[in-house]
Design a protein around this ligand. Structure first.
Ligand SMILES: [Fe+2]
Ligand SMILES: [Fe+2]
Length: 324
């Protein structure tokens, strides 16, 4: 089964999706403004640039020596059919899961790169255009790092899930700048930051731990930019317009949570009892309630910061299976 997945990887290099977006934006002819928070973030972005080739210790990894993540972070631990496998096979599964997860992150980074480049045109102020241009270069380094990491350390790149593909396509096709902005700076960035924290705590691959620190610092800046810039804009919208935006976020949270259902894919490949595995994973979540809490905490904080966390949105979010 793993070979089949790797086989699909080869054709991935030939694959692409197309979009043809009309970007609605402004050319601004005035440049002088009073100092603002976005300008400080832009200054910080220039100071914190790093090089994905020369600043990252590419020689410091050992794919054959160990599992990519700690034993405690493996949700399959304790599942009888998984435990019955020899050590080598469990290590293979662990690297496969890792390849699927990091591939999904890589494609998400490319989505962020494309949307950030559109935002340079769409955003309505000079400061925000300049910051967005620094974000384009940040996202380029993230794509560069993860694609090299997957090729050289992990050894395989998988195609994106259908759900992620749909989200990226809808982000680049979307004509409204604030919807692009919410999808990229609030939804994707918040979930990515939580995922990076998870990886940072559990990874056993030094080069990944090292680069994640750089990448997470970039993402934190992007989120700050998003929340700073959006809150004033969203305050000017009507209640139905706000509801449309928060529904958009929640619908996509659900979509993305399903797209990361990698363990089920592994179970199907090994012909395991999927119902028994689901039960095991539910028990795992009950024993580790902090996982989902941490996964969505940042998103809740950011939705609140921009005024999208109404009582209705909060109730809807709390009723989602992924939150429990
Ligand atoms: Fe990124
Ligand atoms: Fe980002």
């Amino acid at each position: 089964m793993i070979t089949e997945e790797i086989g699909r990887t080869d054709s991935c290099a030939q694959n692409h999706s197309e979009f043809s977006a009309m970007v609605v934006g402004k050319i601004l002819w005035e440049y002088e403004k009073a100092p603002c928070r976005i300008q400080s973030l832009y200054e910080l972005a220039k100071e914190k640039m790093w090089n994905a080739n020369s600043d990252v210790p590419w020689n410091d990894f050992g794919r054959d020596r160990s599992f990519p993540s700690s034993h405690e972070s493996e949700p399959l631990t304790g599942f009888a059919e998984y435990e019955a496998l020899p050590d080598d096979e469990r290590r293979r599964i662990s690297w496969w899961r890792h390849a699927l997860e990091i591939s999904e992150i890589l494609h998400g980074e490319q989505g962020a790169l494309l949307v950030a480049s559109q935002l340079v045109s769409c955003l309505p102020t000079v400061e925000s255009k300049l910051f967005a241009s620094s974000q384009v270069f940040d996202e380029a380094r993230h794509v560069e790092f993860f694609s090299r990491y997957l090729r050289e350390v992990v050894g395989e790149i998988h195609p994106p899930s259908e759900e992620l593909k749909r989200l990226i396509q809808s982000m680049v096709d979307e004509p409204r700048w604030d919807m692009k902005f919410i999808a990229c700076q609030i939804l994707i960035e918040s979930l990515a930051m939580a995922k990076f924290q998870e990886i940072r705590q559990s990874t056993q691959v030094p080069v990944l731990a090292f680069a994640i620190d750089y990448i997470a610092a970039d993402e934190a800046r992007h989120v700050k930019f998003g929340t700073e810039f959006l809150k004033d804009h969203l305050a000017s919208l009507s209640a139905p317009e706000l509801a449309e935006r928060s529904d958009f976020v929640l619908d996509n949270v659900l979509r993305l949570a399903n797209s990361l259902n990698i363990t089920t894919r592994i179970a199907e490949s090994y012909d395991w009892d999927v119902a028994a595995l689901r039960h095991h994973l539910r028990q795992y979540r009950v024993r580790h309630p902090e996982i989902n809490r941490n996964r969505f905490r940042q998103l809740l904080i950011n939705l609140k910061a921009v005024g999208l966390l109404t009582e209705r949105t909060h109730m809807r979010m709390m009723s989602m299976e992924v939150m429990r």
